[in-house]
Design a protein around this ligand. Structure first.
Ligand SMILES: Cc1cc2nc3c(=O)[nH]c(=O)nc-3n(C[C@H](O)[C@H](O)[C@H](O)COP(=O)(O)OP(=O)(O)OC[C@H]3O[C@@H](n4cnc5c(N)ncnc54)[C@H](O)[C@@H]3O)c2cc1C
Length: 382
């Protein structure tokens, strides 16, 4: 297995880094404080094709391979996890899943709009009383003469405040089923959700569905197969995005820590010359490199459409999100009081990292998946 980047992938990484340095990193702390990302940024992401990175050119996408898409998520995550969250829910959870399971009509209608960011998408699975236990959702659908009626509440929905298209997962007579629901559907209202620990600019909302009538053609995937088809595909895609985004957080923490250690003095020496600080940096570098290899490996297998890519993506997400928490905590420690203050990014990375262990299947859910898979047979994991 050759995990080295191709010339094209390296060129793309340079492109992403240059964009992040000029258009994202300088503003990310302000976005975090104000609690939203501006529409101009979303337009820039759309114009560069970053909202339809993996979609085929026929739909207006950039047709990137999965390794390159991982690099995009890493570089955006390096600067701003809220913006990376937009890419996760819009591209990974919704557009890529629509590409796989949507009807020809659904793809022709939505993918060109999603690829450019003309329309934004969000994924409505979680509810006030159901998160990890996806089968426990209470939102209902009922078949009518010409479509379906939806009732219920979706909670913690990333970019619900701005999305035009929602995937809504609901319970009904024929089992759990997914639907495409447009924002202007009568009976649909979005309540902004404030006060979140991290990814504070990701414009969370609660979606209230009150006798929402949607047409028959908005059924997404097979009736009764909402979890097996739509949710499983979406979460697998989302895990890859979050794994790479977590890697970005950790790399930013590591780079900031080395820079600080080279300039801050204590006890007559630069921090970088204290043995205990060297130990921290050695551990951080090793952890970041291990996560990078797991993410690259998952991307490589995803490009090959290898079925083992699913469990390898879980491994990458589990490790990278936990690693980002450890590295961010060490970075706060290394920066002392400054690390606790919102004049620099470290405290934001620390808060954002925690969210990575909860979304797209919490660390405990990844542990269950990885352990069950390993107990059934280690050969596809190691
Ligand atoms: C910033 C943010 C953005 C989000 N965006 C979205 C979104 O766009 N769309 C969406 O649908 N949802 C979204 N969510 C919700 C997220 O997917 C859920 O929070 C997550 O699935 C966990 O569910 P829960 O919060 O209900 O926790 P619970 O499922 O109630 O779990 C509580 C704790 O128990 C643990 N646990 C649960 N079951 C087990 C078990 N069997 N064994 C061991 N431990 C267990 C969990 O890991 C967790 O630590 C978002 C959440 C956050 C914080």
């Amino acid at each position: 297995m050759n995990l080295a980047l191709t010339d094209t992938q390296q060129a793309l990484r340079e492109e992403f880094r240059s964009f992040v340095q000029t258009d994202l990193l300088p503003y990310a702390n302000d976005y975090d404080k104000q609690g939203f990302i501006p529409m101009e940024l979303i337009q820039k992401l759309g114009a560069r094709g970053y909202l339809g990175a993996t979609l085929p050119e026929a739909y207006g996408g950039r047709n990137m391979d999965q390794v390159s898409y991982g690099l995009l998520n890493e570089e955006i995550g390096y600067a701003c996890s809220s913006t990376r969250s937009l890419i996760t829910v819009h591209s990974s959870l919704t557009a890529e899943t629509l590409l796989r399971w949507g009807t020809r009509e659904q793809k022709d209608k939505w993918l060109p709009l999603l690829a450019t960011g003309t329309s934004l998408a969000a994924f409505g699975l979680s509810e006030p009383d159901a998160g990890s236990d996806t089968a426990g959702i209470k939102t209902t659908y009922q078949a009518t003469a010409d479509g379906y009626t939806l009732n219920g509440v979706k909670k913690w929905i990333t970019f619900a405040q701005t999305a035009h298209l929602f995937v809504i997962v609901a319970q009904g007579e024929q089992g759990i089923t997914a639907f495409l629901v447009e924002r202007d559907t009568p009976g649909l209202t979005v309540k902004p959700l404030e006060g979140i620990l991290g990814t504070r600019a990701s414009m969370l909302g609660e979606i209230h569905l009150d006798n929402c009538h949607i047409p028959a053609e908005n059924l997404f995937g097979r009736k009764g197969w909402g979890l097996q088809q739509i949710v499983n595909t979406a979460l697998d895609n989302g895990r890859y995005s979050v794994a790479c985004g977590s890697l970005g957080i950790a790399r930013a923490c590591l780079e900031d820590s080395i820079r600080y250690a080279k300039n801050r003095r204590s006890f007559g020496q630069l921090l970088k010359d204290h043995q205990l600080i060297k130990q921290k940096i050695a551990n951080m570098v090793t952890e970041v490199k291990a996560a990078s290899l797991l993410c690259r490996n998952a991307g490589y297998l995803r490009d090959k459409k290898d079925p083992d890519s699913i469990i390898q993506t879980s491994l990458a997400k589990y490790h990278a999100s936990r690693m980002a928490n450890n590295i961010a905590a060490e970075a706060v420690q290394l920066h002392g009081a400054l690390g606790c203050h919102d004049s620099i990014s470290i405290q934001r990375y620390f808060r954002d990292a925690k969210v990575m262990e909860i979304i797209e299947g919490s660390s405990e859910i990844q542990q269950i998946l990885i352990a069950d898979h390993s107990i059934a047979g280690l050969s596809t994991i190691l």
